[in-house]
Design a protein around this ligand. Structure first.
Ligand SMILES: NC(=O)c1ccc[n+]([C@@H]2O[C@H](COP(=O)([O-])OP(=O)(O)OC[C@H]3O[C@@H](n4cnc5c(N)ncnc54)[C@H](OP(=O)(O)O)[C@@H]3O)[C@@H](O)[C@H]2O)c1
Length: 292
């Protein structure tokens, strides 16, 4: 048996098209163009690529993109001043600070300074708290993308036995909270979990966000299960060069799973699309419109 491959690229294209329709409708009905500010501190090459892609896709969806490229030597105070200015701007509906930040700046202090209703990364404690109590708020983009992809396989997630491997505040934890809200039965596994393969084999839906290349093997997967692989790991390629792999051993897993996300081309493309969707959500909330 070979699993269905979940096409994250195609799903991201569909989501971005829906975002563009929403943006056009907001312009027509309220004369409002959603605006996303992306702040990059330093010159990390991977972050520069992410920020460029975010800006391009923001504009393609018909939104305003405001980019801030600041020097690696920037003080925390100076960055907090930028956040304060963006918090007050009427034309900025979403603020994203690209992580990681240079060592002199506390990511927690910066995240806490972003107005929760403009926190399109969903990392502010207010949004994390709303998610934890099952109330509407802004949800972290990668877990949101994972749930959307899972729903391309399962009409409803209700009642599914889910195992989330990883408990980071960026991915594992919010993914588990979202899946609880979808009425799944959720187990969260981590580095201290005993007999991880046996825990994973319980899952109808296995979501892996660890950062360890090819860790999850084929015999960790229940036959027919859906596997969402969040991991992005660069490893050496036979014959030189490097390639990207997930946290799941795709070649083994594809023989056992019912559906699986590839790396690249699975969860990755959904993250920016969900960021754009969150910016529309935050604009609608400001206008007092439902974002359902
Ligand atoms: N596709 C995307 O857009 C996207 C977005 C974000 C992240 N990612 C990728 O997703 C992966 C995870 O990212 P992250 O930010 O969540 O990483 P992270 O903050 O390093 O968290 C990793 C989690 O994995 C757990 N873990 C580590 N080793 C383990 C083991 N041997 N067995 C079981 N659990 C283990 C850790 O457990 P403890 O808590 O016990 O230490 C921790 O909870 C990375 O590859 C990252 O590049 C992709």
């Amino acid at each position: 048996m070979s699993a269905r491959i979940i096409d994250g690229k195609a799903e991201a294209v569909r989501l971005r098209a829906r975002v563009a329709e929403d943006v056009a409708a907001l312009k027509a009905s309220h004369g409002v163009t959603p605006g996303l500010a992306v702040v990059l501190v330093g010159d990390d090459p991977a972050s520069q690529i992410y920020v460029r892609n975010k800006a391009t896709q923001t504009r393609e969806a018909g939104m305003e993109s405001f980019e801030y490229r600041l020097p690696a030597s920037l003080s925390e105070r100076a960055l907090l001043d930028v956040i304060e200015e963006l918090n007050g701007r009427e034309d900025v509906n979403g603020i994203l600070v690209q992580l990681p930040l240079p060592p002199q700046i506390s990511a927690d202090n910066v995240i806490n300074a972003i107005r929760p209703d403009k926190d399109v990364d969903g990392l502010h404690p207010t949004n994390a708290g709303l998610l934890a109590v099952g109330k509407p708020g802004l949800v972290p983009c990668t877990p949101l993308g994972c749930v959307i992809l899972a729903k391309t396989v399962h009409e409803t997630l209700k009642g599914l036995e889910v195992v989330v491997v990883g408990r980071s505040s960026l991915v594992g934890r919010p993914a588990a909270q979202l899946l609880i809200s979808e009425s799944c039965t959720v187990t969260v596994a981590h580095s201290q979990t005993r007999d991880l393969p046996a825990v994973c084999r319980r899952a109808d839906l296995l979501l892996v966000a660890v950062g360890r290349p090819l860790m999850v093997k084929g015999d960790w997967i229940k036959p027919g299960a859906t596997v969402i692989d969040v991991g992005i790991n660069r490893v050496a390629k036979d014959g030189g060069g490097t390639r990207l792999v997930g946290d799941v051993d795709f070649d083994e897993a594809v023989q056992v799973a019912g559906a699986i996300t590839p790396v690249p081309g699975g969860v990755g493309p959904m993250t920016i699309a969900c960021l754009l969707a969150n910016t529309v959500t935050s604009t609608k909330l400001k206008l007092g419109l439902s974002h359902a």
